[in-house]
Design a binder for this molecule. Structure first.
Ligand code: SF4
Length: 284
């Protein structure tokens, strides 16, 4: 798919006989897409990440297969590399995060966390924005007993209270839907933010978290809207209990039932599951 894009671009360039920078950009993203470290991918699979468990249901069967793949003789099916078009979307999202973290909210004085000195990466301070030449280090969230880890977009301090900040860039359609129709953040964004509220983070002086502020930014217009979600364990309780079942299944080398949504290997979740072949083809 991406290679096709590259060939098309080169072909167009030859046809028009005019210089173009596009093949260079596509080459950059192709290299990035294929630059994958198998060990890192495998290591990530052994942990739960708030953004993925907020979006897709936790499958204890899948986790047990991943953790016991050698004992079960299970071959995992690694996902294809991301499409280069998707990598561009990620990069644009990162730029928006960077703008709010290192410019807007840093200089507004409400973003709290660790800051790395750009001239000396070993110099790290905790607090509010120390000034030019300092870059925000997203707070690390680690919840070992839940085998969960991730990075929070930010911790903010507003009117004497502490909040987890989640920044979501969205296209105009999605932004308008949330603003005028649902009038509530996406369910999976709320779950992700709540996991960050309850998980331990690596900040020493941060006070008790009151809840999450989910900031949506319209990528096309720059418009913003935000929602406050009070810290509430009941929102993430089902996820945490599924994780507990998954950990127990992995520890006892058992194979729990398939997810209700995985009726066949062609079900939406199954098609994207690394353990699908063994789940449907292996011993039950
Ligand atoms: S295919 Fe579905 S049920 Fe089977 S392991 Fe994957 S997610 Fe779980």
């Amino acid at each position: 798919m991406s290679l096709n894009n590259l060939f098309k671009m080169i072909h167009n360039q030859e046809e028009t006989n005019s210089p173009s920078i596009l093949p260079k950009i596509e080459q950059f993203y192709l290299k990035k897409a294929n630059d994958r470290n198998y060990d890192v991918i495998m290591e990530k699979m052994t942990r739960f990440h708030p953004s993925s468990v907020g979006y897709n249901p936790v499958c204890p069967r899948k986790y047990s297969i991943i953790m016991n793949r050698d004992d079960f003789g299970a071959k995992l099916r690694l996902a294809d590399p991301h499409k280069t078009s998707l990598l561009r979307v990620f990069d644009h999202g990162h730029m928006i995060h960077d703008m709010y973290q290192n410019d807007i909210l840093a200089k507004a004085g409400c973003l709290y966390g660790k800051w790395i000195n750009k001239d000396n990466q070993n110099m790290v301070v905790e607090g509010f924005y120390p000034g030019e030449r300092w870059e925000y280090k997203e707070p690390r969230m680690k919840w070992p007993e839940k085998r969960m880890s991730g990075y929070v977009d930010g911790i903010v301090f507003i009117d004497g209270k502490w909040y987890v900040l989640e920044i979501k860039s969205s296209n105009s359609n999605s932004f308008k839907y949330i603003k005028s129709v649902s009038k509530f953040p996406r369910d999976y964004h709320v779950k992700q933010a709540m996991l960050y509220c309850f998980a331990p983070n690596d900040l020493e002086e941060c006070g008790e978290i009151e809840g999450a502020i989910i900031l949506y930014v319209n990528k096309e217009t720059g418009e913003e809207m935000d929602f406050f979600v009070k810290k509430d364990m009941s929102i993430i309780y089902p996820i945490l209990s599924d994780i507990q079942v998954a950990i127990e299944a992995a520890n006892t080398k058992s194979l729990p039932d398939r997810l209700e949504d995985c009726k066949t290997p062609r079900s939406k979740i199954a098609k994207e599951c690394v353990a699908c072949d063994f789940c449907f083809g292996g011993k039950v």
